[in-house]
Design a protein around this ligand. Structure first.
Ligand code: ADP
Ligand code: MG
Length: 266
């Protein structure tokens, strides 16, 4: 789905230059769920915006299904976004004066489908997130969790290949957080989505198949805690002192392990 090589992003801030990304290499497979953790200000949102074609890298390649988003013309990027990439944000980003249904319909406007089809598809999408009885409510009449459900319906109504979520549970209480992550997981599984989810919350990150950590504009992937401990032990005693057999029990997929030392919330 994605293949990034040597992606950098510099922001000019007055006379200072901020290096938000310092050479990111990343492959995201079709249908994968990847979480990206890391402290505030270390480049997570910048990376997600570049994955979504909302921003361009300063250098490097952002291959999305065989096309380099860094090189596409603006109109082509807009088209890719409108058809293939759904976004969910921490602050929901709904239009306050539009109903839930109108907010979701808005995502279909660039696709030139008729108003009747837009209405119908928006209703189906809202039903799929459990809001079939809230079509006419404006965001101010909905709870935070419900607003995020509307945002998820808006992201998915166009049936994108990819869902990019930037701290989607950052404004929600714990119970609502779990509901929303459960919903995202269901959508990911049932629709064969590719999902990249940025979060500083270990409990959320852990649900993914793979966890990357952003630190100072660099992305790394930690081996599971158990394998790391075994390696440390091997370095100390030498491999011959270790019991024979795999370091990791075969019934424990690597993705189920939390990172060795979770990054503190930022
Ligand atoms: P995170 O999402 O991990 O909190 P960001 O990607 O938002 O981090 O930011 C990474 C760095 O880039 C920060 O130092 C931030 O201040 C800087 N930055 C982000 N966006 C801009 C911008 N539009 N202009 C200038 N600096 C920015
Ligand atoms: Mg951020």
């Amino acid at each position: 789905m994605y293949k990034l090589s040597g992606v950098t992003k510099n922001y000019a801030k007055g006379r200072e230059n901020v290096a938000a990304l310092r050479g990111v290499d990343l492959v995201v497979e079709d249908g994968e769920w990847l979480s990206i953790q890391g402290p505030t200000g270390h480049g997570k949102s910048t990376l997600l915006q570049i994955l979504g074609g909302l921003d361009r890298p300063s250098s490097g390649i952002v291959d999305f299904d065989g096309r380099d988003l860094a090189q596409l013309r603006e109109a082509e990027i807009t088209r890719v976004r409108a058809t293939s990439i759904g976004f969910v944000f921490q602050t929901f980003n709904l239009v306050p004066t539009l109903s839930a249904q109108e907010n979701v319909e808005a995502a279909l406007v660039p696709l030139h489908v008729s108003a009747a089809v837009r209405r119908q598809r928006a209703a189906v999408a809202l039903d799929a997130v459990g809001l079939g009885d809230r079509l006419r409510h404006v965001p101010g009449e909905l709870s935070g969790g419900q607003q995020q459900r509307v945002a998820i319906a808006r992201a998915l109504v166009k049936e994108p290949k990819v869902l990019l979520a930037d701290e989607p549970t950052g404004n929600l209480d714990e119970d609502t957080r779990d509901e929303i992550i459960g919903l995202l997981e269901t959508m990911w599984r049932e629709r064969g989505l590719t999902m990249v989810l940025v979060t500083h919350d270990s409990a959320v990150a852990r649900r993914a198949q793979r966890i990357g950590v952003m630190k100072n504009g660099r992305l790394s992937f930690r081996p599971p805690a158990r394998a790391q401990a075994a390696r440390a032990q091997a370095a100390h005693y030498g491999p011959s002192d270790l019991p024979a057999g795999p370091l990791q029990p075969p019934d424990l997929p690597a993705g189920e392990e939390p990172p060795a030392d979770p990054v503190p919330a930022g």
